[in-house]
Design a protein around this ligand. Structure first.
Ligand SMILES: [Zn+2]
Length: 400
């Protein structure tokens, strides 16, 4: 049991910076109607309601930043823009953000960075990382996992760009104030400063996925990393009267089937190999055999051997297997396989050869199963019980 909470360390909530745009050629920054934003440059303050920045090359290597009438911004490579009242929102191309904006200006264009307190950042993450309609206790569990993940990754991912995070799945998806919902905000506020620890240290490797499909996986069987004590395979069900009740059983991808006609699978594998420069032959890739060489403790495929008719062999490990066995849906060409927890069979139907994958779950399967967390919350478990179920031997600690 992990329900011992070590209280307050009196740490200070960190400020985080998030790169919210790629380099773009123009950007509009504004306040709500009747409000103002403050542009800081060389100790001067410029107050405006709305300002559009665009950039014009002067025909040589120099460029001019417009608005033309603002002499102060010319030649600057960095501008800080704040709302007049700290609690006001600031709009970037009409999208609202909390905190402050830094505009980086280069000959390539403008890059927009949003700086704000970590708790406010989480409010713009939570609704995009889990179903915002989920039960409050599941949202709280996700808030704690996202907070722990963010704190552990503050200086790990974008150090050389001078920001903490990007706004995509590479870090955590962040949508600013526009995506906030009252329940997700409540989940962040009611767990303020709470993080996951293991042996009194921040659990730096916490991770999550959509649906485990019945059982999570040991981290080393999915990622090429050393075993982490709290990332062990755990069951995602409870048994009553000899019947298993799966916590993530309500997920649309709890169980799935993917079907390829032989030629479709040939093309899917060829496309993947080409994208990795592993198949440069002019000839078409024709699959001879697929062999599952190794499975992890939960049954997830760990090592896969693909043999081409010419005799060429390709070995794949862990999550790459999902990319290799991609398939086409109505919405997406080259959708990666939902998970590595699957069986593969070959079948003849109507004179054609088919490959079928019968599988469970969606995602890598390590750490918190989000649909499982929602399932546990539905039958009355609280956020501590949920977190301690998926992360073995951890404790929660309030940092601020
Ligand atoms: Zn699960």
């Amino acid at each position: 049991m992990c329900l011992v909470r070590v209280l307050a360390q009196n740490n200070i909530e960190p400020q985080v910076s998030v790169k919210i745009t790629d380099t773009i050629s123009a950007v509009t920054i504004s306040a709500k109607e009747g409000q103002q934003i403050k542009i800081l440059t060389d100790g001067k303050k410029i107050l405006v309601n709305k300002i559009k920045f665009s950039k014009v090359h002067n025909g040589d290597s120099t460029y001019t930043v417009y608005p033309e009438d603002l002499e102060e911004v010319k030649g600057k490579d960095k501008l800080k823009i704040l709302p007049l009242e700290p609690s006001n929102l600031i709009f970037v191309n009409e999208k609202p953000y909390r905190g402050e904006i830094t505009l980086l200006i280069s000959s390539q264009g403008f890059t927009v960075i949003n700086s704000l307190p970590l708790e406010d950042y989480l409010k713009g993450v939570l609704p995009l990382e889990i179903d915002p309609q989920a039960e409050l206790e599941a949202l709280k569990a996700q808030a704690i996992v996202s907070r722990t993940y963010a704190l552990a990754n503050l200086y790990r991912r974008h150090n050389k760009n001078g920001v903490n995070f990007c706004a995509t799945t590479h870090c955590q998806v962040y949508g600013g104030a526009e995506v906030e919902t009252p329940t997700c905000n409540q989940a962040v506020e009611e767990t303020q400063g709470i993080v996951i620890t293991y042996k009194d240290k921040l659990a730096e490797e916490v991770t999550y996925h959509s649906t485990c499909g019945g059982c999570t996986e040991n981290n080393e069987d999915v990622f090429t990393s050393t075993p982490i004590p709290y990332l062990r395979s755990v069951n995602c069900y409870e048994a009553t009267d000899g019947k298993k009740w799966y916590y993530c059983g309500n997920s649309k991808v709890f169980q799935w089937v993917v079907k390829w006609q032989k030629e479709e699978l040939d093309t899917a594998i060829e496309n993947y190999l080409k994208s990795k420069n592993k198949w440069n032959d002019k000839e078409k890739f024709i699959l001879k055999n697929i062999n599952i060489l190794e499975r992890g403790i939960s049954g997830r495929v760990k090592k896969l051997l693909i043999t081409e008719t010419s005799g060429k062999e390709f070995v794949f490990y862990g999550q790459e297997i999902r990319d290799v066995l991609n398939f086409n849906t109505e919405k997406k060409i080259g959708q990666k396989l939902w998970s590595c927890l699957f069986y593969l069979t070959k079948k003849e139907m109507g004179g054609k050869e088919y490959y079928l994958a019968f599988g469970w779950g969606w995602g890598h399967g390590v750490g918190l199963c989000q649909m499982g967390a929602i399932g546990m919350a539905k039958i009355g478990y609280n956020f501590e019980q949920i977190i301690c179920h998926y992360f073995l031997g951890v404790k929660l600690r309030k940092e601020w």
